[in-house]
Design a protein around this ligand. Sequence first.
Ligand code: SER
Length: 313
Amino acid sequence: MGKSDKILVIGSSGQIGTELVQNLRDIYGIDNVVASDVKVTEQAKEGPFEVIDVMNAAGLLEIVKRHNINQVYLLAALLSATAEKNPKFGWDLNMQGLFNVLDLAKEKIIRKIYWPSSIAVFGPNTPSINTPQFTIMEPSTVYGISKQAGERWCEYYFNKYGVDVRSLRYPGLIGWKSAPGGGTTDYAVHIFHEALKSGSYECFLSENTTLPMMYMPDAIKATIGIMQADSQKVKIRSSYNLSGFSFSPNEIALEIKKHIPNFSISYKPDSRQQIADSWPKSIDSSEAGKHWGWKAEYDLANMTIDMIKNLKK
Ligand code: SER
């Protein structure tokens, strides 16, 4: 961490951004972290905030220069379920947004980039248990295709232009401070809200659909961890596998029942089932562990306790 860190978080009002901005401000100071989204949100009351459309390269450059930004966290994207409804826009936003930020670093206007990838880079032909870092990918969703292509471009910009870009393949993320934004793993957040509100939940995935997941404090720790790691330790410049724990809707329902005994779950799989079926069940993140010390703290049991405790407040 240097005194000169000036950070811009793009897409800051989404599920990850909401928590990431708070954590970055605790570390770097409120004024050194500029939040930004396509429209003004409540976040604008908490510190520096800009309206940015990441598709607008000139507008982005103006704000980066005005705030002397040297690091960008690019979180603006369409997630898996939303991108399937609007494939061309999903592709355009996810790719053009990335290019606009990568080019700022290529031109040496900024010096470090964080860009999230996802388990969606994997597909139906990928080994689904303990999916290795390097394996068959062949994603079948627009979101996954855009993330895989993005990973290739990140590595390319690192190799050709020395761009210091760092990335993680997030699993489904679960947190209580913010709502998920159109993914296939969103059920794992909704289930807690419904359990506390109505005591029942209708799940859009089938009961034994196991997916890799992570509690938000671990995701934030990993994100800031890879960004603060010494550059030589970040040996993979496409994106790192990242793992927390895995569960199915049935397993999380049983865990919730330990705390809310009358909770009931029913199942009505929709189009998101097909997406979930194409993704891994568990992830091997040993490279992240070896290279820059990644280790998850939360499992299903302590995440469930923490979610319920905080949502009850
Ligand atoms: N949580 C994301 C999604 O479901 C995965 O990256 O789209």
